[in-house]
Design a protein around this ligand. Sequence first.
Ligand code: NAP
Length: 534
Amino acid sequence: MKLKGGEVDAVVIGAGFAGLYAVYRLRQMGLSHRAFEQGGGVGGTWYWNRYPGAGSDSESWVYSFTFSEELEQEWSWSCRFPGQAEILRYLEHVADRFDLRRSFDFNTRVTGAAYDEPSGLWTIKTQRDDEVRAKYLITAVGCLSAAQVPNIPGLDQFKGHWYHTGQWPHEGVDFTGKRVGVIGTGSSGIQSIPVIAKQAQHLTVFQRTPNFSVPARNATLSPERVNQIKRDIKKIREFCRWSTIGQPYDWQEAEALKVDPEERNQQFETAWQKGGFEWMFGSYRDLLFDKKANDMAADFVREKIRGVVNNPEVARKLIPTGYPIATKRLPLDTDYFETFNRDNVDLVDLRESPIEEVMATGLRTRDKSYELDAIVFATGFDALTGPLTRIDIRGRDGQKLEEKWSVGARTYLGVSTRGFPNMFMITGPGSPSVLGNMPVSIEQHVDWICECIAHLQKNGASTIEPTKDAEEKWVAHVQDLADATLFPQADSWYMGANIPGKPRVFMPYIGGFGTYRKLCADIAEKDYEGFTIT
Ligand code: NAP
């Protein structure tokens, strides 16, 4: 098919890691394209999440692109877990170095995309009334970009300022002398609470579910360490690609239930001192499959919390119970539990006394009123499906994506969904995505999608979409894998449980990054098995 004037081969939505790399690849392939980004610049997650303490939980040297050896060698990270500003600088550098900005319309939100059967083209509309037609629609909208502010009565009466961590003001917020309330103790709350506590006159943390957390033990990287990483980087990257969660470590062969208690405790302690996700995901392979094994890890952390928090009543409230450790996304922290020993920090347990309303001057729970100058909502996102269903995407016969997914996301490989031909989702639901190191998932998806598009172009094909059978089997497979783990036991955003009315379905593929990579490659090799190509 030949494209007419005003039409492009591909439209990309988003300018984070995924959108930047997609544009880079499309350009390399000589395909015409346009890209839209609702923010005023590149960065995606790192453009929006500017809250105090925001930063990566993956080690800097693997939380970055691998597609350019020059880029990899030129860029030096300052520390183990870089903060938001440094990651944003990196992505801006990538955009400039590869001249990617000129492909994007910034400050331009895509409002809708509709597939037109007769022409086989997508019509993409933006809030600026742009209308672009494209053969391929590539969504690079992120997994955690649809911010969720809970519907608490009275928020509109609040006389102070309120913020969501995922939509933080670019000029920053000065909490000096202010009485601040933070609602939420997920990763965003756990990163921001210690930093806000140091600045604010008083901080009240409103906690609904206590969270496990592992120390990050962030540290600056010496020039020697940077050089050593650069020397070894190819090997490190290759390991990540085939590992379970895209990180430079993997599950051990040993099982927690089969080693003696002393050895187990020693292993937990050594890894705890090292810090980072490795404490969990470089540990015993049964931790996420066997509740008894999981309890051993959970008890270790509970003991650590008791050891850090001076007030036993506060410690009791902070200690997580009722769900297995790491079945809600495990945060990393810097002095999170220590923060509750400060004189200017209080903890409110919302399970004992839920929030009833926001007043003009603060917040009221069932038992008490709290005077506040500012409220921070660290209340999370409509994960994975939200960024897609918030766009009015319509496939064949005008079917709305939101409607199709009203019973839970249905995809094949998390990259495509039946009835939406030539639409490719980078790290969509049903792919490993959020279960590990995002840039690894993103690069694998973009490479696979671009090779698929090259295949279609070469063969003069018009459309690709999954068969009904392949999609149904994939959805069932994703579910079966999750059901074999402890993950469904938690009310997590992985399960959609944080959004009222969202179907309770485990969304990401949990079979491991390496396994998934191989599966995708095999499917492409077998002439895109499970897809119909016309
Ligand atoms: P989150 O993990 O969903 O945590 C939201 C918190 O807000 C939870 O404690 C939740 O309580 C609470 N909450 C939600 N609605 C509430 C309500 N109506 N009343 C009271 N409390 C409420 O969100 P997040 O912390 O923004 O993190 C989301 C994900 O983003 C992370 O899991 C991670 O994948 C990613 N992230 C990554 C980094 C990093 O890599 N460094 C940093 C930040 C975020 P319940 O648990 O009871 O629902």
